[in-house]
Design a protein around this ligand. Structure first.
Ligand SMILES: Nc1nc(=O)c2c([nH]1)NC[C@@H]1CN(c3ccc(C(=O)N[C@@H](CCC(=O)O)C(=O)O)cc3)C=[N+]21
Ligand SMILES: [Mg+2]
Length: 303
């Protein structure tokens, strides 16, 4: 058996084409071109590459983006003030603070300064809590992208065993809540889990976000499972790999996401979706209801 590839670039492209139309429509209807502010602190080269890619993706669909840079030792007050200015700026609909922050910064204080109406990463406490009760304004982009991949491939979630490896605030935990919301049976594993394979082997859908190359081997995967690899690891030879032994696991899984070209491009796509959604909300709050987008399915919804 050989798994079918879940192509995040292709799925992302289809969604981005629709965003492009919706952005143009919103710009024309309400003269509100969606605007994203990206705050980059410090000089981490990987963060710079990600930020550049996100801004390029914005440009491709007609979203305006602004980069605001600070040295790694920027005082907390200056950072918070900058976020507050963006909160009050009617041309900015989404605010993203690139993570990780340099050490000594208080990530929580920074994330909580972002207006919940502009929190397109879905990292603010309100949006995190909203996932628990099922009414977020914005869903975090990576797990949101995973749900869109499953929906696009018509892979059912209800009643299935989902194992998530990794319990971070930005991937594992929100992923678990989104899966619970769709009536999956969810197990969350992490670095302290004893006998990881005991959990992974049960999974109909296995989501891996641990940051450990080759963590998931074929013998840990149930025949016919759907395997979603969120890991991004740069090997010493420069190659980019996920957390899953792609070759081996492909022979057992029914579907698998590659790295690169799987979840990564969907993360960026969902940032665009959330920014569009933020701009629509802003227009509705200032000018009243706007006509629904022309597409029958609302891409901004978690389903
Ligand atoms: N506030 C904040 N929001 C984030 O969403 C956020 C962040 N900080 N910090 C870093 C992580 C990581 N992340 C990725 C986005 C795109 C790819 C992506 O496009 N990956 C490509 C390959 C990129 C490459 O070649 O390096 C792929 O998998 O095909 C990966 C990872 C967003 N993050
Ligand atoms: Mg990927």
């Amino acid at each position: 058996m050989s798994a079918r590839i879940l192509d995040g670039r292709m799925i992302g492209r289809a969604i981005r084409n629709r965003i492009k139309t919706d952005v143009a429509e919103l710009s024309e209807l309400a003269s509100a071109t969606p605007g994203l502010a990206v705050i980059l602190i410090g000089d981490d080269p990987a963060s710079r590459v990600y930020v550049t890619n996100k801004m390029k993706a914005c440009a491709d669909v007609g979203i305006r983006s602004t980069l605001i840079e600070y040295p790694k030792d920027v005082p907390a007050e200056a950072l918070i003030q900058s976020i507050e200015r963006l909160n009050d700026d009617p041309t900015i609909h989404g605010i993203l603070v690139q993570l990780p922050l340099p050490p000594h910064h208080d990530v929580r204080a920074v994330l909580h300064a972002i207006s919940i109406e502009k929190d397109v990463d879905g990292f603010h406490l309100y949006n995190v809590g909203g996932l628990v009760v099922g009414d977020t304004i914005f869903s975090p982009c990576t797990p949101f992208g995973v749900m869109k991949i499953l929906d696009h491939a018509r892979i059912p979630v209800e009643g299935r065993n989902v194992t998530i490896v990794g319990a971070s605030n930005i991937v594992g935990k929100p992923m678990a809540l989104m899966m619970m919301r769709r009536d999956a049976t969810v197990a969350v594993c992490h670095a302290k889990t004893r006998d990881l394979a005991q959990y992974t082997i049960l999974a109909d859908i296995l989501v891996v976000a641990a940051g450990v190359p080759n963590l998931i081997l074929p013998q840990m995967v149930r025949t016919g499972a759907v395997v979603i690899d969120v890991g991004i690891n740069r090997l010493p030879d420069g190659r980019l790999v996920g957390d899953v032994d792609f070759e081996g696991v492909s022979r057992k899984a029914s579907f698998i996401t590659p790295v690169p070209g799987g979840v990564g491009p969907m993360t960026v796509t969902m940032l665009l979706v959330n920014t569009l959604s933020a701009a629509r909300r802003f227009v509705e709050q200032t000018h009243g209801p706007i006509p629904a987008p022309v597409h029958p399915e609302d891409i901004t919804q978690l389903a």
